[in-house]
Design a protein around this ligand. Structure first.
Ligand SMILES: Nc1ncnc2c1ncn2[C@@H]1O[C@H](COP(=O)(O)OP(=O)(O)OP(=O)(O)O)[C@@H](O)[C@H]1O
Length: 527
């Protein structure tokens, strides 16, 4: 896809003698030290006919003709052979320019905290205009980016977009709110080029319906003005669609719905050329791994490009994922599995469960800064806390998986629209959900893993905005503090020394049996 300037000149040799005057005139311009020009000046190029020379005799070029650069499209044919020294000269020039470009790329990546590993990694984008100059992207993409007020690529977009456009598999790990969605949607639309009725050509897998719905909307926004068939796998579509007749270029789905359509309804994924696993570490967790594996296997197109995106990418997940990737490039922005640096993080000791409600009211009094997202450990606790707060004048609502789909969507829409100031949630919306202006995330219940911590607080401080996160912890949570302490410290927030000196625990899921929010009742059911 990428038009490397040297393609204009590769494999052609220039006969200096024949064009000595032009060559001499051209040499005067070498002071412009434009690398390309320097490149040209030192290049030996032979003008070869790009197409069959026309019958009409071409006027011979004279010394007085302006040198319009070495167009390979001239019809004049010259026979000349490079001698060894010129061949070596050309090779060494190319190597020098390649190394200079590598150095420029390395400096740029360092400036933007972009860490890559893999072979033949394309240069990062400095600007979205390169989508046109390097990749000839269609105007609708740049027009839609401008309409969305997206002016400059974020670091993950700078590097993941060129890699995906070059057709490589990608592991991408970048902080929450740093634009990973656009990083995979933009190259996807560019590679699909136009709508077709040849079956599903791109699949985006998301761990939750809410995130699939949000990603669907983001795809539609970027594809505006271009007739792509972009479909969200709803329950209705999954149960009723005649997939053999369905026009669908891009399909966005949760794993279970897609797997059921493939196995029970004969949805054909053999033409999929672009597969994205968003929030990939979540998709590789038990419960989702089996349907994800079935979907990966159903995508049999040998030239498929697979990519994994997440703010957290545990080594175990990466090792597992490598079994389905080929010659993948790894892109890490900042530190792997780190919290967003735009979120100021705070730990608050609340003693026991009873102390939490008091601490919550105190937090609201001290720093009332809605909209606030309030995470609890499971749906029973979400319902209890909602019933406790709903009569207070804080416009509170709740979302969890017991609600009907329409109730879940309303809860999110009202929160987005500012009608709700405090949204009580379980981890069903801890990942990926993009709420433009969440000022504060409160972990009412301690998160069940360091990944959950990073994703929960990442609902705030997005797209470069600042945010705040307050995490309550009880005596039952103390020994798990160290595991999130590093995420807090690495993102630049204060961590007491006594926590940093604690031993780190190997924990899978910290979901202690918490007493009821109010009275001493039995164990709570899990989400
Ligand atoms: N280049 C950009 N410049 C400014 N804003 C951007 C840019 N790219 C994306 N955004 C905006 O940043 C916000 C976060 O983007 P996105 O949801 O893709 O983040 P993310 O990295 O996927 O986060 P998470 O890890 O939580 O899923 C969105 O509102 C999006 O419109």
């Amino acid at each position: 896809m990428e038009k490397d300037p040297s393609f204009l000149f590769s494999g052609i040799t220039f006969n200096r003698k024949r064009f000595s005057n032009d060559f001499a005139r051209f040499k005067e311009k070498k002071e412009s030290n434009d690398p390309e020009e320097t490149l040209l000046e030192n290049k030996t190029v032979e003008v070869e006919p790009a197409a069959k020379p026309s019958k009409k005799r071409k006027r011979k070029r004279t010394a007085s003709d302006p040198v319009e650069g070495f167009s390979v499209f001239n019809s004049s044919k010259t026979e000349s052979v490079l001698d060894n020294s010129e061949e070596t000269e050309l090779a060494s020039q190319r190597k020098k320019e390649f190394n200079r470009q590598m150095e420029r790329d390395a400096i740029f990546r360092k400036q933007h905290n972009i860490h890559t590993s893999g072979t033949n990694i394309p240069s990062p984008l400095h600007d979205f205009s390169e989508l046109r100059s390097r990749y000839e992207c269609k105007p609708y993409i740049l027009r839609n980016l401008a309409e969305l007020n997206i002016k400059k690529p974020t670091p993950i977009q700078m590097q993941a977009i060129p890699i995906l456009l070059s057709g490589r598999d990608v592991f991408a790990c970048a902080p929450t709110g740093s634009g990973k969605t656009l990083a995979f949607v933009c190259p996807m639309l560019m590679k699909l080029k136009r709508a077709s009725k040849d079956g599903v050509r791109a699949v985006i897998l998301c761990p939750t319906r809410e995130l699939a719905s949000q990603t669907y909307r983001e795809c539609k926004k970027l594809a505006k003005g271009k007739k792509f068939y972009i479909k969200l796998m709803t329950k209705q579509l999954s149960n009723t669609a005649e997939f053999a007749k369905l026009s669908c270029d891009v399909l966005i789905s949760t794993p279970l719905r897609l797997k059921s359509s493939v196995t029970k309804r004969k949805l054909d994924l053999s033409r999929v050329e672009y597969l994205v696993l968003d929030e990939s570490d979540k998709l590789f967790e038990l419960g989702l791994l089996e349907p994800v594996d079935a979907i990966v296997k159903a995508c049999t197109n040998p030239s498929i490009i697979r990519s994994l995106f997440s703010a957290t990418l545990p080594d175990t997940v990466e090792e597992l994922a490598r079994t389905i990737m080929h010659d993948a490039v790894r892109v890490i922005i900042g530190r792997k599995n780190s919290a967003s640096e735009t979120v100021k993080q705070k730990l608050v000791y609340v003693g026991s469960e009873e102390g939490k409600l008091m601490a919550l009211r105190q937090t609201f009094e001290e720093s009332w800064n809605p909209p606030v997202l309030l995470f609890v450990q499971n749906k029973a606790r979400a319902k209890d806390l909602y019933n406790e707060l709903k009569f207070e004048d804080i416009r509170v609502d709740v979302i969890h998986s017991d609600l009907q789909q329409s109730e879940r969507e309303n809860a999110i829409d009202n929160f987005r629209a500012g009608k709700t100031w405090v949204l009580i949630a379980t981890d069903v919306i801890a990942r990926g959900m993009d709420f433009k202006g969440v000022n504060c995330v409160i972990n009412y219940d301690f998160p069940d893993s360091s990944s959950a911590y990073i994703h929960r607080i990442g609902r705030s401080g997005r797209a470069g905005r600042s945010g705040e996160a307050v995490t309550f912890y009880t005596d039952a949570d103390v020994r798990y503090l160290k595991n999130i302490a590093n995420a807090i410290k690495n993102a630049g927030s204060e961590v007491p020394e006594w926590i940093l000196s604690m031993p780190k625990l190997k924990w899978r899921k910290h979901r202690p049996k918490r007493e009821s929010l109010f009275a001493k009742q039995g164990d709570e059911e899990e989400e």
